[in-house]
Design a protein around this ligand. Structure first.
Ligand code: GDP
Length: 532
């Protein structure tokens, strides 16, 4: 492969995550993007949508029961010469840590908003997580086929509540059940969509100059007049388009549409693909790594056990950051200082997992993990030990005491706990006097306790007893010669050890944190672990 071929392959890649408050239409939009990419032939009708949803992007049984996406999945498809990788993220706030890790693998994000609901709680939290990454954020305002807030209200809400500038790339024609098309501001063109078969297949449309009389007839004089006035107002009062700000995540391009009827899906997709970035350089301990470098590099952002219950396999998700990947290649596993062969790499197409022969910077591949990888690990081809920035671990905010109901199941219990901890879903602590008979588990979102209990039962055959504790804050202690017996704590503070046997304190309130600091001036208390 020539350098030019490599460069062409990488430049045509677009890797992004979709975020939304549950029910805003993330799944429907994802499905429609696949439809327009030709990766699926007919989108699931509203009735069969649930079934379709699981066939496409949800793996875990628990998701079917709860109807929320617990883990993120990855899909790849082609559109108009682009190779697109979509990362799905859980909408529920209790999984924001998982969302953050997924965003580490994305080059941009698409935020889906329900036009009737506007900016919702989870939108805010997920937006904040995107902001931390500093990646471009595109907004798709969905469900325009239904009654909702006015486009101006929505714009204002996005700017005020999220604190980001906005620039509508297009503008809806007809709202509140009368959605007919969109006005493209850059081209000054109207696109009117024809009713399709409930969005099951691609919709046809008519495109032309806004001044063309045909459209006055097609959408009616009144709507045409209203559109003209709104556009004038927008041009006068709104911010101007600023690509530089967009790429820094300081201005969000807004698109209007209906994922259900497909109106506005294609204009969004095409404009988004042309604006968003191909894989960009990433920071490492050796400086920025150019994605088009010939040295294959990547990092693991997610680990998931038992994705396929019949195979009991464990998959590590690798974001390729530079160069080209070939099946079976030997790479350096930098953190472990070992060489590994990547022999059964998988990619996630619309409906299936397939073995990949080759992949490029920007792509996500799943590699078989015999228990050697950790989240944040770097893999690279050449000897120079490149290490990408680590992925931060969020401080747990909920704690519980757990043990196996049946003590004969202890081995399975410990295996399950340690595998689920390696996925980053839970953090495990023990009390030195008690050991592993009874563990303390910390999670960022309380729902993760339910996932833990469910998975231990279903994947490891272990019933557990769980007692939630009233601790809310965690601090890692850095101190020479730490001695738990001579360390001054308050009555309601607990001393535990993390998996690396580092001393950790659990607090019920901030008052206690202050007291402990006063009593132990030599100790440094940190709210994230200093582990690599
Ligand atoms: P998610 O939770 O964000 O993945 O949302 P879903 O894609 O599952 O959609 C939630 C509900 O909204 C489903 O009943 C969809 O059929 C419906 N929905 C999605 N997009 C649209 C749309 O454009 N218009 C209307 N009217 N309903 C939609």
């Amino acid at each position: 492969m020539t350098r030019q071929d490599l460069s062409n392959q990488i430049r045509r890649r677009r890797t992004f995550a979709i975020i939304s408050h549950p029910d805003a239409g993330k799944t429907t939009l994802t499905e429609k993007l696949l439809l327009y990419g030709g990766a699926i032939r007919l989108a699931g009708s509203v009735k069969s949508r649930r079934a379709q949803k699981h066939a496409v992007s949800d793996w875990m049984e628990i998701e079917k029961q709860r109807g929320i996406s617990v883990t993120s999945s990855v899909l790849q498809f082609e559109y108009d010469g682009y190779c697109i990788n979509i990362l799905d993220t859980p909408g529920h706030q209790d999984f924001s840590e998982d969302t953050y890790r997924t965003l580490m693998a994305a080059d941009s994000a698409v935020m889906v908003i329900d036009c009737a609901k506007g900016v919702e709680d989870q939108t805010k939290k997920l937006f904040h997580v995107c902001k931390m990454r500093g990646i471009p954020i595109f907004t798709f305002i969905n469900k325009l086929d239904r009654a909702g807030k006015t486009p101006f209200e929505l714009m204002e809400e996005i700017e005020k509540v999220l604190g980001i500038k906005s620039y509508p790339m297009n503008w809806p024609i007809g709202t509140d059940g009368n959605f007919k098309g969109v006005y493209n501001r850059k081209e000054a063109q109207i696109e009117v969509f024809h009713e399709g078969n409930h969005g099951q297949s691609v919709v046809s449309s008519m495109v032309g100059d806004v001044g063309d009389d045909v459209f006055k007839d097609l959408i009616g004089k009144e709507l045409h007049q209203q559109l003209t006035e709104e556009i004038e107002l927008l041009d006068m009062a709104g911010d101007s388009f600023n690509l530089n700000m967009i790429l820094k995540g300081e201005q969000t391009p807004i698109f209007f549409g209906s994922a259900m009827t497909n109106f506005g899906v294609k204009p969004f997709l095409e404009s988004f693909l042309s604006l968003t970035t191909p894989p960009s350089p990433r920071d490492s301990n050796k400086g920025e790594i150019d994605p088009e470098s010939e040295n294959f590099t990547g990092f693991i952002f997610k680990i998931q056990a038992n994705m396929n219950p019949t195979h009991r396999d464990r998959i590590a998700f690798l974001r390729i950051c530079s160069g080209k990947f070939n099946k079976g290649m030997m790479v350096n596993h930098v953190q472990a200082n070992k060489k590994v062969r990547l022999s059964q790499p998988q990619q996630f197409m619309a409906q299936d997992r397939v073995i990949v022969e080759e992949a490029y910077a920007g792509d996500i591949i799943g590699i078989h993990d015999p228990g050697i990888f950790r989240i944040g690990d770097t893999l690279c081809e050449e000897q120079d030990k490149i290490m990408y920035e680590g992925i931060p671990v969020f401080a747990p905010e909920h704690f519980a005491k757990i043990y196996a109901k049946n003590s004969l199941k202890r081995k399975h219990f410990l295996k399950g706990i340690s595998q689920i901890a390696e996925e980053g879903a839970i953090q495990v602590f023990k009390r030195p006097q008690i050991g592993v008979e009874e563990l303390i588990v910390g999670v960022v979102g309380a729902l993760q306790f339910e996932v833990l209990e469910y998975r231990l039962k279903n994947e490891y055959g272990v019933d557990i007893v769980m007692n939630q504790l009233s601790y809310k804050y965690i601090r890692w202690v850095e101190m020479e010669d730490f001695d738990p017996d001579n360390f001054g704590i308050t009555m309601d503070t607990l001393i535990v050890e993390d998996e690396d046997e580092q001393p950790v304190l659990l607090f019920q309130n901030e008052w206690s944190i202050d007291r402990v600091k006063e009593r132990n001036p030599k100790a440094i208390l940190k709210d994230i672990s200093s582990r690599k």
